[in-house]
Write a protein that binds this ligand. Structure first.
Ligand code: IPM
Ligand code: MG
Length: 373
């Protein structure tokens, strides 16, 4: 009997997007076979690829396909080919449109060091002790979605972007962050620039007022400039970070670097719990690597395991994938971005194949000895 039946919209996008989503689909398919689930993958055009094929980065059928699926898996978008297009028509506009239209107002980006990759972090080992935190980034408001204006010409030209937040917009993402902190070590750090910005002052007031509903959570606040410094000085002080769209964009790349490579970090974007969530590696489309079988597939594969855990409640399946990844890494299978300096590296497809082999072994072992451990 089939255990679980799920429809997954797949948006490969541009550059290395198609290669890394292919790797993630292979792993998800292996998992489905082993655990008797049925995952139906629906590939849809998105980003620059959709501009070329359909005339828009987010064609209506892609949006409809995402909305009617149980979850969405996205590769990456963008590239120099579309960089001269006006801002609102570029691949990035498709991603922002998708976030808005699907109501994805929460973005979760974990920074967890994989044990065998500690050596490739740019931080010294003593600073990496207990480096395991999550960034909850607001995803549907702020300067990203306020009015963008350009006027005048030559040296009379001026431009502005409106950073705007309302109380309900702050509350809905903050509640999620408080709950997330409640399930971890009950420490939440909210990051803003309340010493300068009105939108940040409202952010701080709203988060502070909400804290009364979560007396078990220790809440503190940091200004974003200090936070950027603290993330590299002492990452162990963070457990869950809550921040606005713009600051979250910047800090999550910084945090990813601690893990050793931006190619390693997955993400979840979600809205209401009864709506489909979207999973994507946080790296970009890396056009110079595209088609060379060199891109790190781990961000995409970890996004797939995050999907299994967060959207489908399949904890054992997710853990099995993560164990398989760690074993492949321990055996020295690494793409060049995560190789030790001067160390050996393998092609992207070789790393994926090794993870599949390890996953198979993990599952055979569990079938024999049980899933308890
Ligand atoms: C990200 C990316 C996007 C963002 C771009 C591609 C629009 O940098 O997901 O972090 O700025 O949100
Ligand atoms: Mg970014």
């Amino acid at each position: 009997m089939t255990e679980l039946r799920k429809a997954i919209a797949v948006l490969p996008g541009d550059g290395i997007g198609p290669e890394v989503t292919r790797a993630a689909i292979q792993i998800l398919s292996d998992c489905a076979t082993a655990f008797n689930h049925k995952f139906e993958f629906r590939e849809l055009p998105f980003g620059g690829d959709a501009i070329d094929r359909c005339g828009s980065p987010l064609p209506p059928e892609t949006l409809a396909g995402c909305r009617s699926s149980d979850a969405v898996l996205l590769g990456a978008i963008g590239g120099s080919k579309w960089e001269s297009l006006p801002l609102g028509t570029r691949p990035e506009a498709g991603l922002l449109g998708l976030r808005k239209e699907m109501g994805l107002f929460i973005n979760l980006r974990p920074t967890r060091l994989r044990p065998s990759l500690r050596g490739i972090s740019p931080l010294r080992p003593e600073r990496l002790v207990d480096c395991d935190f999550e960034i909850v980034r607001e995803l549907a408001g702020d300067i990203y979605f306020g009015e963008h204006k350009s006027e005048g010409k030559g040296n009379k030209a001026q431009a502005s972007d409106l950073a705007i937040y309302s109380v309900p917009e702050i509350e809905r993402v903050a509640r999620y962050a408080f709950e997330r902190a409640g399930a971890r070590s009950r420490h939440l750090t909210s990051i803003d620039k309340a010493n300068v910005l009105a939108s940040s002052t409202l952010w701080r007031e709203t988060v502070t007022a909400l804290a009364k509903d979560y007396p078990e959570i220790a809440l503190d606040h940091l200004y974003v400039d200090n936070a950027a410094m603290q993330i590299v000085l002492r990452p162990s002080q963070f457990d869950v970070i809550l921040t606005s769209n713009m600051f979250g964009d910047i800090l999550s790349d910084e945090a990813a670097a601690l893990a050793g490579s931006i190619g390693l970090i997955p993400s979840m974007s979600r809205g209401r719990a009864d709506q489909p969530a979207l999973y994507e590696p946080i790296h970009g489309s890396a056009p110079t690597l595209a088609g060379k079988d060199m891109a790190c597939p781990l961000g995409a594969i970890l996004s797939a395991s995050m999907m299994l855990r967060e959207s489908f409640g399949l904890e054992i399946e997710a853990q099995s994938i993560e164990t398989a990844i760690d074993r492949a890494l321990e055996h020295g299978y690494r793409t060049s971005d995560i190789a030790e300096p001067g160390g050996r590296s393998v092609r992207s497809s070789e790393l994926t194949e090794r993870i599949r082999t390890e996953l198979h072994d993990v599952m055979v072992h569990h079938e024999r000895y049980g899933w308890g451990v």
